[in-house]
Design a protein around this ligand. Structure first.
Ligand code: FES
Length: 321
């Protein structure tokens, strides 16, 4: 076993809501698990060689288990289908150590948590943490219907239930989330955290940016994303700085695929530009960013990119590989 991975047993697998399963993972020897902070995720290595990332959604003060919630996605590329159909109680899985690309901002005076669908998993963990710390926060949770709302009962029976508002797509318009008014005034010290599917993220972040929220007060994690292909996606070259080796990236392959075919493995997980696992430094050239992981300012700096999805605007990219 790799020292950066953990072997865990599926202690419980339960149906949390329609098409959403909850997995309780414990150490194979029932030892305490490494600590994690709110917003953390683990990579789960699935049968068949797939790796998928799932946010931890239990109280971060717990050390006896990790909880992950998995939506069965009809457009599954195999990960959620495998979790729902193949993984069962008693199975042993290999997972990564918890990592956090979506931490709470300690300097925040007030926190606005926005969850869309299964994007509730890291947001709920944040709510637990903020409630434990006595911090000022509100949470809005948008879901298609109550039957698709994971953790509804856990939230309504929690100590912070009065800070949470639910919004259901299939109910009256008056209870829907009014983003322009919620995000009307960016207050200094108020931080916004958002996780959910792409349409939800685009609506929240688009509204916040249009209403003048500073980027430093926006925190986001895409649950999944559609990598946008464009007609202008062309062939280009990447050069490995360590060896000066030049590799051609054809129009129909990603940089990561072209590198893998040349025997250079870049670590991959989501392959959708949302997780940051493949982040690679760019020493020269201009990347064509297609990811949802870097902030606009980080993309504009052009000194790093995500080779699982991003391409190049220049004929050559020099990579720190
Ligand atoms: S593998 Fe997730 S961003 Fe590239």
């Amino acid at each position: 076993m790799n020292t950066s991975t953990l072997r865990v047993r599926v202690a419980r697998k339960t149906v949390e809501a329609l098409d959403i399963c909850l997995f309780e993972l414990v150490d194979v020897n029932d030892a305490p698990l490494p600590a994690f902070s709110a917003g953390s995720h683990v990579d789960v290595h699935l049968p068949g060689g797939l790796t998928r990332q799932y946010s931890l959604c239990n109280d971060p003060t717990e050390s006896h288990r990790y909880l992950i919630g998995v939506l069965k996605d009809p457009a599954s590329r195999g990960g959620s289908k495998s979790m729902h159909e193949a993984v069962k109680e008693g199975d042993v899985l290999e997972i990564s150590m918890p990592r956090n690309h979506f931490p709470l901002a300690h300097e925040a005076r007030r926190n606005v948590l926005l969850a869309g669908g299964i994007g509730v998993t890291p947001i709920l963990c944040m709510a637990e943490r903020l409630a434990n710390a006595g911090a000022d926060f509100v949470m809005h949770y948008c879901a298609r219907s109550k039957e698709r709302t994971a953790f509804h009962d856990r939230i309504t029976s929690s100590s912070f239930a009065h800070k949470v508002q639910f919004h259901f797509d299939d109910r009256a318009v008056e209870q829907k989330l009014d983003l322009p008014s919620l995000l009307a005034v960016p207050e200094p010290g108020t931080h916004l955290y958002v996780c959910g599917p792409q349409g939800f993220m685009d609506a929240v972040l688009g509204t916040a940016r249009a209403q003048g929220w500073p980027e430093a007060q926006l925190h986001f994690e895409f649950f999944s994303a559609q990598v946008v292909k464009s007609d202008s996606d062309a062939s280009f070259e990447v050069k490995l700085a360590s060896s000066d080796r030049v590799i051609v990236v054809p129009a129909d392959k990603t940089v990561a695929q072209a590198l893998a075919e040349a025997g250079i493995d870049v670590p991959l997980s989501c392959e959708q530009g949302v997780c940051g696992t493949c982040l690679t430094r760019v020493l020269a050239g201009q990347p064509d960013h297609k990811d949802m992981y870097l902030t606009p300012a980080e993309q504009a700096a052009n000194d790093q990119f995500l080779p699982c999805c991003s391409r190049s605007k220049s004929a050559l990219l020099v990579l720190d590989l």
